[in-house]
Design a protein around this ligand. Structure first.
Ligand code: ADP
Ligand code: MG
Length: 332
């Protein structure tokens, strides 16, 4: 009797000594960076030092990819006056993926949109429309096919400027999964201002439930919920995210590179679900600019990528596989 009870008692004592007893350990935190609030919850550890490693990695990548920080690779490329610039491996990797999506979307995503976005001061408290002639001239300096990426060297013609705003957050989210995996964390939920990423499985093995924002509602109001298994990225580009209203008209931050004006095709938001957050982020902006029909055709060329297009009139369009991601109705 004693022989069988002893190991059980030892096991129970050990479990009681574990932090939080038998309840799964978790830790979460917020960090302001990349012009947004970043939230991370780790579900299989209570080690706050891992969160700090994430904040440090985000800051490191922002130092590399920011358009405005003078030491960043992007700043150096934009100010090199046409000379080749040697960049960090992360920058070369992101540029390579981004240029691929620019090509696939036939320039609906164009990471050389810098001269145009500079003219749209969406952050101003007193926003003004850019001058139409000046905007048209700037459009002439946009063209991703003029970027030369060769190994770790980038050459951008003088007068052009990179803006990685459409894809950098997605790339940083993907990089954070590496940071987490290296720290031994296998279960986490990351939200980088609308770029959501799930890592692994929840401790109770139930699906991740991710809300898709109702473009008509507040930031916390969901139009529908997704149920996701395992590691997935969910990225939304919406007209509510950044922009201003002048004389009853909404000017948002998703710009048609052909015109320099906000894409005006009746869309309110596009959500992409994919394994890669970089890809989902690039495609969300590209699909928004392309509109429903061309956007769905673009998504059809990718495997395991699903999309939801929400129109300003409230109607929705999706890829064929999107319905399988929707939260199943509660049987109760
Ligand atoms: P958010 O920044 O709200 O997450 P997106 O990922 O869709 O939204 O990126 C929008 C940002 O991308 C803009 O703020 C701008 O910097 C840049 N951008 C806007 N239009 C384009 C475009 N057609 N191609 C590439 N970048 C764009
Ligand atoms: Mg995007």
């Amino acid at each position: 009797m004693r022989r069988t009870l002893l190991p059980l008692l030892i096991l129970l004592t050990l479990l009681a000594l574990l932090p939080g007893g038998c309840t799964p350990a978790s830790v979460s935190g917020d960090h302001f960076s990349l012009d947004t609030i970043i939230s991370i919850t780790l579900y299989d550890t209570q080690d706050a030092a891992i969160l700090q490693q994430c904040w440090d990695r985000i800051d490191e990548l922002e130092d590399t990819l920011s358009r405005t920080r003078v030491q960043s690779d992007i700043y150096r490329i934009n100010h090199a006056q046409g000379k080749p610039v040697t960049v960090r491996p992360e920058t070369a990797e992101l540029l390579s993926t981004a240029l691929e999506i620019c090509k696939e979307s036939q320039g609906a995503l164009d990471i050389t949109i810098g001269p145009v976005t500079e003219l749209w001061n969406f952050k101003s408290s007193d926003p003004q429309l850019p001058d139409a002639g000046v905007l048209e001239e700037a459009v002439g300096r946009v063209g991703y096919d003029r970027v030369v990426l060769s190994g770790d060297t980038v050459t951008l013609p003088q007068g052009m400027a990179l803006d990685l705003g459409a894809i950098a957050k997605g790339y940083i989210a993907d990089e954070l999964t590496t940071t987490l995996q290296q720290a031994g964390c296998k279960s986490a939920l990351l939200n980088l201002g609308g770029n959501v990423l799930t890592l692994g499985e929840k401790p109770d093995h139930s699906p991740w439930v991710i809300g898709i924002r109702d473009p008509e509602g507040s930031a916390s109001q969901s139009l529908l919920n997704l149920e996701l298994i395992g590691s997935k990225a969910v990225v939304t580009s919406g007209i509510y995210e950044r922009g201003f209203t002048l004389q009853g008209r909404r000017y948002h931050h998703l710009i048609d590179p052909d015109t320099g004006w906000p894409a005006d095709n009746g869309l309110a938001s596009v959500t992409i679900v994919a394994a890669s957050s970089t890809l989902a982020d690039g495609l969300s902006t590209a699909c928004f600019v392309l509109g429903v029909d061309d956007g769905l055709s673009l998504l059809a060329r990718y495997e395991d990528v699903e999309g939801l297009f929400i129109m300003q009139d409230g109607s929705c369009h999706t890829t064929d596989g999107f319905a399988s991601l929707l939260q199943s109705p509660d049987p109760k």
